[in-house]
Design a binder for this molecule. Structure first.
Ligand code: SAM
Length: 289
């Protein structure tokens, strides 16, 4: 017999969205995932275990949040849209280990959130976010002073291809280099537009990035390394020497001396370099300072 005294998370969300007459805001990328069977598969792939603290970014109607709370130790969901408050209250009813805070994740103090809600313990991120903030949020998490153990996130298929790209290819970019410095990425599942409500116009991929126990390179100064990565891809048609001049304010002679100290060709383009080569250039800059 079906038990309607304990409705599914999906049913709770559908009823709450209707009851509170919620209207999706297109500009906030509110394409919701409501199908529990799909979300359960995604959370299996995300590897969420009972001992995990989970930061969910953009809970929307909260179906994934409720399922996360059933699997994890503690769930903190950060949602920018206060209009979702009554919906989330209904959907998360009885889930004592799930909290929602209403703020823009791009303006959040990650360290303060983690300390306050997870007592500074390690945590994982799960997110289905608007695609226009994918790169910014990934960079914010990966470069943070309290990076998550893993990030499982829904991204546009093209973004997944960029994240997985390797040096020397057209897709190799600052985002890929930064993320490869943080962890190992894998594409878990392709998700068709019809899985979302309303459907977006693009194919999506659920990807997971696991933080390395040990970073693949150890730059002398991480800030210089990250600044160099941005510089290397800033103007793709320019040589790295020219990008170094523009970003770091070096003279032509100094830029050439840095490349030579790093064993790189003076005409090399930034996007041709591997993470190791970028690290050597970064260390040459640090030593020169
Ligand atoms: N995770 C839910 C799901 O799978 O159904 C909602 C997904 S919907 C694609 C994106 C959610 O992120 C929306 O609820 C939106 O309001 C929220 N959002 C958008 N920008 C945000 C930001 N800067 N900070 C926090 N949440 C944001």
């Amino acid at each position: 017999m079906t038990d309607y005294t304990n409705p599914s998370a999906e049913l709770r969300a559908r009823v709450a969205l209707e009851k509170h007459r919620f209207r999706n805001t297109h500009s906030l990328g509110q394409n919701f995932l409501l199908a529990e069977s799909l979300i359960a598969l995604l959370l299996d792939d995300a590897g969420i275990a009972p001992e995990d603290n989970v930061l969910e970014i953009g809970p929307g109607a909260g179906v994934m949040t409720r399922l996360l709370a059933q699997r994890a130790k503690h769930v903190l969901a950060v949602e920018v849209d206060r209009g979702l408050e009554p919906v989330l209250e209904d959907v998360l009813e009885g889930m004592e280990n799930a909290q929602v805070v209403f703020q823009d994740i791009m303006k959040s103090d990650l360290r303060a959130l983690i300390d306050e809600h997870f007592g500074g313990e390690s945590y994982r991120v799960v997110a289905n976010l608007p695609y226009y903030i994918t790169a910014d949020i990934l960079l914010k998490l990966a470069a943070s002073d309290c990076p998550p153990q893993s990030i499982a996130i829904m991204v546009q298929k093209e973004a997944a291809e960029r994240v997985m790209s390797v040096p020397g290819t057209k897709q190799w970019c600052a985002l890929a280099a930064e993320l490869q410095f943080y962890g190992a990425a894998q594409v878990l599942t392709e998700v068709a537009p019809e899985a979302f409500d309303p459907p977006p116009h693009v194919m999506s991929c659920f990807i997971r990035i696991d933080k390395y126990a040990e970073a693949p390179v150890n730059p002398l100064d991480e800030k210089v390394f990250r600044k160099l990565i941005r510089a290397a891809f800033a103007m793709r048609r320019k040589t790295l020497a020219n990008n170094l001049k523009a970003t770091f304010g070096f003279s032509q002679e100094v830029a050439k001396a840095i490349l030579s100290a790093a064993g790189a060709d003076e005409k090399v383009r930034g996007e041709a370099l591997t993470l190791e080569e970028l690290c050597r250039v970064s260390d040459a800059i640090t030593k020169m300072a």
